[in-house]
Design a protein around this ligand. Sequence first.
Ligand code: ADP
Length: 137
Amino acid sequence: METTVVLLKPDCIEKNLVGEVIKRFEDLGLRIRGCKMFNASEALLKEHYSHLVDKPFFLEIIAFMQSSPIVALAIEGANSIASVRNHLGPTDSTMAPQGSIRGDYGTDKMRNIAHASDSSESAAAEIRRFFVNSELF
Ligand code: ADP
């Protein structure tokens, strides 16, 4: 069993797709271990996106992620890290296939509905970053 972290981004919240996206994960047989809505701080987002610090869109992605509350999910299941990434689709929503979450609902490279952990190392770091133990079930 693995736990992966998904962040439902402001475009997901604004499009009223929170339930739809969670349902996609539940329909895969995955279990929601944690779920919370909050305003992400600049410091938290700068840590989360530190691998993008040299990219021209770094400040834009931080501002976008602060444009509304986000929802953090901890999602458990066999192979959940790869499974969730596969169902999300590639970063660029315009290249994502129909049937994938980003393909069906995303707008572009930045407004792509959700973040998901990309490895067991990042999943472990992101669980610590976004949840305390008492928020996980
Ligand atoms: P992913 O979220 O698919 O793992 P990255 O870690 O490379 O992708 O990028 C993190 C986030 O930064 C993306 O999900 C997207 O919101 C934003 N992003 C990535 N590339 C671009 C880009 N070229 N222009 C604008 N935003 C981008």
